[in-house]
Design a protein around this ligand. Structure first.
Ligand code: NAD
Length: 502
């Protein structure tokens, strides 16, 4: 039972029947393990839910395997599958406000942010995959190779078939959004899925499972397990799993890859970032500074694509720092249920300590806090003020490690080549912003080591766009057509042309 005064009756309805959900195969638990659901805004335990056991992993994988092998889901034709996914999306949309509330409760995101991040965006991604199920992946479900310029005369067909059982493991920061392109993509392809959310934010997955049941998806289509590393290890090594799609940290991503490699399973890894935000000499400080700050403090900095390293021409350093201070001072840190709040808490107390440790070590090494900093004096929640640190080099720990908190650094550069060297001076390569004259910015963007680059603010999330990572930011792709394609394997069928061959 989850006790949270801010949750509506609808949200309680999605979560309130945990025992029943567990009994019907959506969330499976047979053991004594429990998981505390902590409300980061108060630091209190909002409820305790049953945790999965390794026996549950075996049962969930067997159910997903049976669901896939029986054709109950994979055998549906594209229009039937698309209709079922539209039904699921409609159900999610009916519960949109409840899903936003659940995001605020477990992640601590301000409710105004949650409505987009934990409800609107995932719903639009599910909708996009519902449409993609009908159209098929890039190239279609079936593609004729045609008579290309090769010395072979055959009718050759390519068939794209669902990979099979997909284990989808997600990070805590955008639980339903990650579910939307991992599980949404898998189901659209005809795969069945076993979803394992972070044990720090299990409720969105449980609410999702309740919605899937309400949408009457066939049994076996989706299973939800709730656990930590041990359960993840059992899931990624289970012989019945064909593919592992993971979002999380580099360290855990390495473990996941190693675990999955034993069964030679297909792997997609979406990992961390230390992304640059570059103001070119043709940029305008006043235009760029507001969004530049918001992009590293949004969701209290708990975003893989947070652009935490801001690069400015050396002579602009003081002016930019002053402008950023004005923006940072205007941000409201506090109760995520208050519509005026800009930044809620971070996920846990130990995580806050970790972020503060990075800032302290930067200061000990000669860095300075240019704006914000410290903890606000608000109850027992895990709050942190947004912070901009200066006086450090790009090779400092705070510039190289992902903090996953509302902390950015300001770095000066001498010329555009120097800016490029600093921007690309990272083991990651996930995201970047570039500000300046459009031509300059696009030219610069094309030289960046980053899967996604927004120029002059870019635009809102496109469900059809891929989200790839270079370097240690990942392997394979989530989202968009390229992401959808990951859930297929390909079969080539070759037939001699009539009258030719044997
Ligand atoms: P994490 O790596 O600590 O945990 C991610 C998931 O892995 C959790 O569900 C956890 O239970 C599970 N896990 C732990 N050990 C495992 C194991 N041995 N086998 C299988 N699963 C295991 O990450 P987090 O703290 O939840 O999330 C923050 C990280 O996620 C950041 O590094 C962030 O950049 C990254 N992230 C990346 C993207 C992206 O698209 N690139 C998006 C969101 C978050």
């Amino acid at each position: 039972m989850i006790e949270a005064p801010h949750l509506s009756a609808d949200a309680h309805g999605l979560l309130g029947n945990l025992e029943e959900l567990i009994g019907t195969g959506w969330v499976r638990s047979s053991g004594p393990e429990t998981i505390d659901v902590v409300d980061p805004s108060s630091g209190h335990v909002a409820g305790t839910i049953p945790g999965s056991t390794t026996d549950d992993v075996a049962r969930a994988v067997a159910a997903a395997r049976a669901g896939f092998d029986s054709d109950a889901w994979s055998g549906l034709n594209p229009s039937e599958r698309s209709r079922a996914l539209h039904r699921l999306t409609d159900v999610l949309a009916e519960h949109a406000e409840a899903l936003a509330e659940i995001g605020t409760l477990e992640v601590g995101s301000p409710i105004t942010l949650s409505r987009g991040l934990h409800a609107g965006a995932p719903i639009s991604f599910f909708r996009w995959f519902a449409d993609a199920a009908l159209k098929g992946p890039m190239g279609g479900y079936e593609e004729s190779l045609g008579l290309n310029d090769v010395p072979v005369l055959t009718t050759s067909m390519l068939f794209r078939e669902p990979v099979g059982v997909v284990a989808a493991i997600s990070a805590y920061n955008f639980p339903l959004l990650i579910t939307s392109f991992k599980v949404g993509g898998a189901l659209a392809a005809g795969c069945t899925a076993v979803l394992m959310p972070s044990p720090r934010t299990p409720l969105s997955a449980i609410a999702f499972a309740a919605c899937a049941r309400e949408a009457d998806l066939p049994p076996g289509t989706i299973q939800v397990l709730v656990g930590g590393a041990g359960i993840g290890q059992a899931l990624t090594t289970a012989p019945g799993v064909d593919m592992v799609t993971f979002t999380g940290s580099v360290e855990v991503g390495r473990n996941v890859m190693e675990q999955a490699s034993r069964g030679l399973k297909k792997v997609v890894l979406e990992l961390g970032g230390k992304s640059p935000n570059v103001l070119l000499p043709s940029a305008d400080i006043q235009t760029a500074v507001g969004p530049s700050v918001l992009r590293f403090v949004r969701n209290s900095g708990q975003g893989c694509g947070a652009t935490t390293r801001t690069l400015v021409p050396r002579e602009w350093y003081d002016e930019y720092a002053a402008a950023a201070k004005q923006v940072i001072d205007s941000l409201v840190v506090g109760d995520p249920w208050d519509e005026k709040t800009d930044l809620g808490p971070v996920i846990r107390g130990d995580h806050r300590d970790r972020v503060e440790g990075y800032v302290q070590r930067a200061i000990d090494g000669g860095g300075v806090v240019l704006a914000g900093g410290g903890r606000p004096d608000i109850g027992e929640g895990f709050y942190l003020n947004p912070t901009l640190v200066g006086g450090v080099d790009n090779d400092a720990e705070i510039c190289q490690e992902e903090l996953f908190g509302p902390v950015g650094v300001l770095l000066p550069y001498d010329d555009v080549d120097d800016a490029l060297r600093i921007a690309n001076g990272t083991r990651f390569g996930l995201n970047a912003n570039v500000w300046g004259a459009t031509d300059d910015a696009i030219r610069f963007a094309r030289r960046l080591k980053a899967g996604t680059v927004t120029v002059n603010g870019g635009g809102s999330d496109r469900p059809d766009a891929p989200w790839p990572g270079a370097g240690e930011s990942g392997i394979g792709v989530d989202r968009g057509m390229e992401g959808f394609r990951e859930f297929f394997h390909i079969r080539h069928v070759q037939v001699p042309l009539a009258g030719i061959g044997r």
